[in-house]
Write a new protein. Structure first.
Length: 200
């Protein structure tokens, strides 16, 4: 082997050794990078999992809260419907009273709503036609208890039942529907207490 060949072989051997060292070093760096990447990936996965679990828990709590609110709202709506039905049934029963009871009730309402002054009282055409004998005298007696007087109008009002009082041009609606509507809150509380007691 010539001197040139020896030099070439030496250079090739050193080059191979350097290449092997570089490959080994690169493999080590690649392995380290892969391990760091795996560790970072695992950390990210755990963070995402923890965040997802927290979000899921929050969502579940919100769903429970929303479901509870919906249930309470629906329950309240049903109770209000039941109470409204009871009040409407009571109204219909009052409207369907027999003649004697109906006019007896009107007499008591006149005593309650009459003012201590002179006024007029209006009834529907049907009530004017069905008015029992002597009822006008009972109207006068009821008005006098309040310290006033009432003139019975022979002109029928366009009302379903009850009566309308007029004092100085100001009308006071005393129809049964108006009285029920004016006392609705109190009636709702009473019906609620009867049906549901102290239940919220």
């Amino acid at each position: 082997m010539t001197g040139l060949e020896k030099i070439v072989d030496q250079i090739l051997a050193e080059a191979n050794q350097e290449a092997d060292r570089l490959i080994e070093e690169a493999n080590g760096q690649a392995k380290q990078i892969a391990e760091e990447a795996d560790a970072q990936t695992e950390k990210s996965v755990q963070e995402i999992k923890k965040k997802s679990e927290a979000q899921a828990k929050t969502l579940e709590e919100r769903m429970h809260s929303s479901n509870d609110l919906y249930l309470r709202t629906q329950t309240l709506a049903v109770k209000q419907d039941v109470i409204a039905d009871v009040i409407e049934t009571a109204y219909q029963k009052v409207c369907g009273m027999d003649k004697e009871s109906y006019f007896g009730m009107l007499e008591k309402l006149i005593e309650k709503y009459a003012l201590p002054q002179s006024g007029e009282i209006y009834f529907s055409d049907s009530d004017l036609g069905a008015m029992p004998a002597g009822f006008y005298n009972r109207i006068q007696a009821a008005a006098e208890k309040a310290g006033g007087t009432l003139t019975l109008s022979q002109e029928g009002k366009n009302i379903e039942n009850g009566f309308v009082l007029v004092y100085g041009g100001v009308e006071q609606n005393c129809t049964l529907r108006a009285i029920f509507d004016a006392n609705r809150d109190e009636m709702q509380d009473t019906v609620h207490a009867i049906l549901y007691g102290k239940e919220a």
